[in-house]
Design a protein around this ligand. Sequence first.
Ligand code: NAI
Length: 285
Amino acid sequence: QELKGKTAFITGGASGIGLGIAKALLGEGMKVAIADIRDDHLEEAVAELNGGDDVLPLKLDVTDRDAYAKAADEAEAKFGKIHILVNNAGVAALGPVELASYGDWDWTLGVNLGGTINGIVTILPRILAHGEGGHIVSTASMSGMMPHGGAATYTTGKAAIVALMETMRSELEGRGVVCSAFCPGAVQSNIAEAGKTRPEKFADTGYAQTDKGRQSAGDFMHLFQTKEEVGQRVLQGILNDELFILTHAEFYEGVKDRAEAMIASVPRHLPENPEYKETFSVLFR
Ligand code: NAI
């Protein structure tokens, strides 16, 4: 699809992965609205993108539904129709599941999954209404595709985002809106600072100690992909209408093992009921 001259609305677009995506889409001649909770990130991102009138910085907390609608209005007022929505704003609190407090659960799920839902409720009807087609990319994570220990509040929201994109993809097929689950492996970003925007009402945490441990565990940034690399990968995923947009070859064996475990768990020794299969065929493919 032709992206030039169209508009993208990118949450968490002022840092890390979101900024990398903004760069890539701007490079394709798109106009980009970058919505972010942090003023300093917005200011730095505008300078880094250096896109003049094609970049609109918007201060937005994606969990604030009224503010979300106003931000979408602002983007439309400046650029016209929104064609691409990138639900990317995200935070992380990591540690053993038994230590996760309600504050840890509510904050991470509220931003990661709740923010994605708010993006869809706010912007999907606008995309469907203009009828020019569009694309919704939601940043999940490899942790949403291959959930691992020590990250329950994070993987739960990310797996839900993968399911949401799969659901919406089949539902919106044929109506001009393509949906993709973006599942990056590790990427250089500022996510370790996420706690800075944690609201007071979710301050209660069981992860104070594990967070401290994590921050002193060493710097592995040099092993991670850059925001430019993953931004280009998302651009390719959009251009190719990919359902799952993955970034790292290192996950091949794990993805294969998981897929094989799922296949092996289907009780094929049991007889199929042809009528059930026929009646609910939409469930089986
Ligand atoms: P980042 O911290 O560099 O960027 C996230 C941006 O989102 C920040 O500018 C932050 O201010 C903003 N943000 C946070 N809460 C917000 C809210 N309530 N409303 C609006 N904006 C908000 O982090 P990164 O790593 O670029 O994260 C982007 C997405 O990528 C997240 O969804 C994260 O879970 C996901 N991800 C990151 C990976 C990594 O290795 N960095 C790997 C897999 C997924």
